[in-house]
Write a protein that binds this ligand. Structure first.
Ligand SMILES: Cc1ncc(COP(=O)(O)O)c(C=O)c1O
Length: 488
């Protein structure tokens, strides 16, 4: 592989295939418990003899596993299995009750917290953002420069197409093939990020006073939006491994007149969990039987830690009732503010509302992204970014286990960049937030992830940055503050 992670020549595809296959086999063995945490893995030579692969392939497979945070390398000693994310600490406890529909009043608290989180020099465990070092910024800058030449050539004029740049919609459409069954004539609508897509979708299917189903805990921007639109939130507990509690969902649907749902089934923010395909199918069918639209947020879908990209809910949609939303914010270019929606049978209303709200999305970024996608740069970048995030999540989880008091529980993210931490239920995480801020450390208090106080003892940590020595010290400080607040 060259320094860009690309295949220098066609012949390299073979060896790449072999090392990835070997890495995946070894990782499956570790997951199956064939190697325990801390146990030494076969040496390069013995693995070569056992598999018949070349020494280079075996070495590349181990390097891949090291990049994923699945093995540790000890100098002159070899490769050792790392603890698996779901075995580091116990999982958080999941809620057992549906909470009755609530008006939301989170904006004031959220504004206060968000303002303090953006201070410079802050250790960035608060907002879910990727480190700039994980992003292909140089290549993007080149694409922007080349795209900007379009101004001089007169290619970028006026507002552009009302749905967004055709080249970008084509590239997004290509990536959706295989997992979407779009409604006939369904179009991709480009938006200013994922939340802008969710905003128009929610306004297309519901109005003030309506009950909106959401996961519990949930992403705070959903709560803010529901508050702004004067709707009511109905929270359904999410299991940290399997996602939405389907039995409680069924009960809620029997008891309440639900207008729409807003779900994040792939690498849920804040838990990082993933619903399996049978759960997704059941969910989509259950909602379709009641003609309730689902707004699906798939922003983390490309950032999976397993072997394949999970299907979105939209893949199971036969009725055009899933309004799919996503963006490049987490996976490629936070500042481009480029997202999109495929709104199924609600397309005409979504198109109108999006046009009325924003008229158009700047074309320069769209053109640059379309070029980057078309050149294969996104897929190469994602391969590296997924490994990096998987390792960062594991590193941060291990640091939490080292520094937080006994009794701490953490989620076991299967993708994305959020780690959910459940602490002693006497802890007030808003106080912890204030104390951490004084130490220049940002964290997200769980109070922002619900309309209730049930997560007041929880925090969400961003794993988007590699864990530096300073980061490790920061986690140690947070651990100490937790102990102090608990009177330890
Ligand atoms: C689940 C989820 N959806 C949407 C967003 C926001 O996306 P965008 O910045 O593209 O609007 C975030 C950002 O944290 C998120 O975590």
């Amino acid at each position: 592989m060259d320094s860009n992670g690309t295949d220098g020549a066609k012949g390299n595809m073979e060896s790449k295939y072999h090392y990835l296959r070997l890495a995946n086999e070894l990782e499956r063995d570790i997951r199956a418990g064939r190697y325990r945490a801390g146990e030494k893995l076969p040496s390069l030579r013995s693995l070569r003899a056992r598999t018949g692969r070349s020494l280079t392939t075996v070495y590349q497979a181990y390097t891949e596993l090291e990049n994923r945070g699945v093995v540790d390398v000890r100098d002159k000693s070899g490769f050792y299995a790392r603890p698996q994310i779901d075995r580091i600490l116990p999982l958080p406890l999941s809620g057992r009750q549906v909470i009755k529909p609530h008006r939301v009043a989170i904006n004031a608290l959220s504004a206060m917290i968000q303002n303090s989180m953006i201070r410079p020099q802050m250790l960035p465990f608060g907002a879910a953002v990727p480190a700039p070092g994980l992003l292909p910024l140089k290549q993007l800058a080149e694409e922007v420069r080349d795209a900007a030449a379009g101004y001089a050539r007169g290619n970028i004029i006026g507002y552009g197409h009302p749905l967004g740049l055709a080249e970008l919609r084509t590239e997004i459409g290509k990536r959706a093939v295989g997992f979407f069954q779009p409604e006939s004539g369904e179009e991709i609508v480009i938006t200013n990020g994922c939340m802008a897509a969710i905003d128009v979708c929610l306004r297309s299917v519901a109005r003030a006073g309506d009950i909106i189903l959401i996961e519990s805990p949930t992403f705070l921007c959903y709560l803010q939006l529901i508050e702004d639109l004067n709707m009511r939130a109905l929270e359904i507990p999410v299991h940290p491994e399997s996602g939405l509690d389907m039995d409680l969902l069924e009960k809620a649907l029997e008891e309440h007149d639900v207008r729409a749902a807003l779900f994040n089934a792939n690498f849920h923010n804040p838990l990082g969990c993933l619903m399996d395909d049978s759960g997704k199918r059941r969910l989509v069918e259950m909602m379709a039987a009641r003609r309730i639209p689902i707004i699906e947020d798939d922003i983390y879908g490309d950032l999976y830690f397993g072997e394949t990209r999970p299907l979105p809910l939209k893949a199971f949609d036969r009725d055009g009732l899933v309004l799919y939303c996503s963006s490049f914010t987490k996976s490629l270019a936070p500042d481009f503010r480029l997202g999109w929606t495929m709104p199924g049978r609600f397309r005409e209303k979504v198109k109108r509302l999006r046009f009325n709200a924003a008229i158009a999305v700047p074309q320069l970024g769209q053109l640059a992204l379309a070029r980057f996608l078309a050149g294969g740069g996104y897929d190469r970048h994602l391969r590296r970014m997924r490994n990096a995030l998987k390792k960062q999540v594991s590193d941060l989880a291990l640091a939490v286990a080292r520094h937080f008091p006994p009794g701490t529980r953490i989620s076991a993210p299967r993708g994305g960049m959020c780690l959910w931490v459940e602490l002693d239920d006497r802890l007030d995480a808003l106080q912890l937030f204030d104390r951490a801020l004084e130490e220049n450390i940002s964290i997200l208090p769980g109070a922002l992830c619900s309309t209730t106080d049930r997560y007041n003892h929880c925090i969400r940590l961003n794993c988007g940055y590699p864990l530096s020595d300073e980061g490790e010290r920061g986690i140690a400080v947070v651990g100490r503050l937790i102990g102090e607040l608990l009177g330890g």
